[in-house]
Design a binder for this molecule. Structure first.
Ligand code: TXA
Ligand code: MG
Length: 319
């Protein structure tokens, strides 16, 4: 359903988000495919709708700096950038705050969070009425171009999104600039705010990270490094060895021996549910003393591809 932007559409969209549904909405950069960022379950629906082959961390959109500082810890540099460019096409990656509510799946298990305060009046109104962070990648299927009109979204995601708010064409048309403020500020993805303007605010040169970031594949161990459990993962395990913890799917590892800790991503074998629980389950098993987590085989179809991609990265040797 496509509704023209207005109070009725915003109220309806906020209600859909509130019960875990997906809403496409305009921002000044591109249309976003939004879900309640606090819910692993709602966020899993984004990956399912986009058919993303991997779980990249998502940007959490908030209404203002006050909401952002509840989610993330802002250094002096991060604050200067936020004050200069928010609301606007800038995303800041900062350490996740103890008071933060953004779900583990939206953060792809990381201890950091990507935050943006969009300037578009429709996005602003939606965030204020919803009253919670909204995770939103571009509202297109994976591998297709980012949508800058409601018609683009409809063509790509019809039937996969409950509602599209039509707010006309996006004025910026390219995604936000992503700046990591985890250390010395660094551009992870060039976008709507030029590097020169970041440098003018910070009063020094700002590097652009080469080799990963943005939509490009991310190598383990680098800057945007992926969540890696302390325990070693043993993938496609047929059974659990003594002392191992078990990460199950569809009850395949149940009943054999007594694992040090046990979690089933989805006893019913549902891949969307499994995606929603992946990072929380890994985290939980990693707090057990087991040095190895045996992981049941997970089918490579649908969201299984993204789950297996993440598990393979988590299992990769680290240097
Ligand atoms: O313009 C935009 O930014 C659009 C509109 C809808 O706001 N949104 C967008 O979101 O492009 P998304 O979720 O596709 O951007 C995600 C990118 C990831 O690919 C990753 O590079 C970066 O943001 N990112 C998110 N969280 C991160 C983190 N904790 N550490 C490093 N990079 C992160
Ligand atoms: Mg995109």
């Amino acid at each position: 359903m496509v509704l023209p932007a207005g109070e009725a559409a915003i109220a309806r969209a906020a209600a859909i988000l509130g019960r875990g549904g997906l809403v496409a909405f305009p921002t000044e950069t591109v249309y976003g495919l939004g879900a309640d960022a606090r819910s692993d379950d709602a966020v899993a629906s984004i990956y399912a709708a986009k058919e993303r082959p991997r779980f990249n961390p998502l940007i959490a959109h908030v209404a203002d700096l006050a909401a952002a500082t509840r989610e993330g810890l802002f250094s002096g540099d991060a604050l200067r950038l936020a004050e200069a460019f928010w609301p606007g096409p800038l995303t800041l990656v900062v350490p996740f705050a103890p008071s933060g509510t953004v779900s583990r799946l939206a953060r792809a298990g990381l201890d950091s969070v990507a935050l943006r305060v969009p300037a578009h009046p429709v996005a602003q109104a939606l965030l204020r009425v919803a009253g919670h962070p909204v995770a939103a990648p571009s509202a297109n299927r994976s591998g297709r171009v980012s949508p800058t009109t409601a018609a683009h979204v409809l063509a790509d995601l019809d039937g996969r999104v409950e509602m599209i708010i039509d707010g006309g064409a996006c004025p910026v048309g390219v995604e936000s600039t992503i700046v990591s403020c985890l250390g010395e500020p660094m551009v992870l993805r060039p976008g709507g705010v030029e590097r020169e303007r970041l440098e003018a605010v910070l009063g020094r040169p700002v590097a652009t990270f080469e080799g990963e970031g943005g939509e490009r594949p991310v190598a383990p161990g680098l800057l945007t490094s992926h969540y890696a459990p302390k325990a070693r993962l043993r993938l496609r395990a047929a059974s659990v060895e003594p002392g191992e913890a078990a990460l199950d799917f569809g009850g395949q590892l149940a009943g054999g021996g007594a694992p040090a800790a046990y979690a089933d991503l989805s006893p019913a074998g549902d891949l969307r549910e499994a995606a929603a629980r992946l990072f929380a389950a890994l985290h939980e098993l990693d707090t057990s003393s087991a040095g190895v987590i045996a992981v049941a085989p997970i089918p490579e179809e649908g969201l299984g591809a993204a789950i297996n991609d993440r598990l393979a990265r988590a299992a990769a040797p680290r240097g």
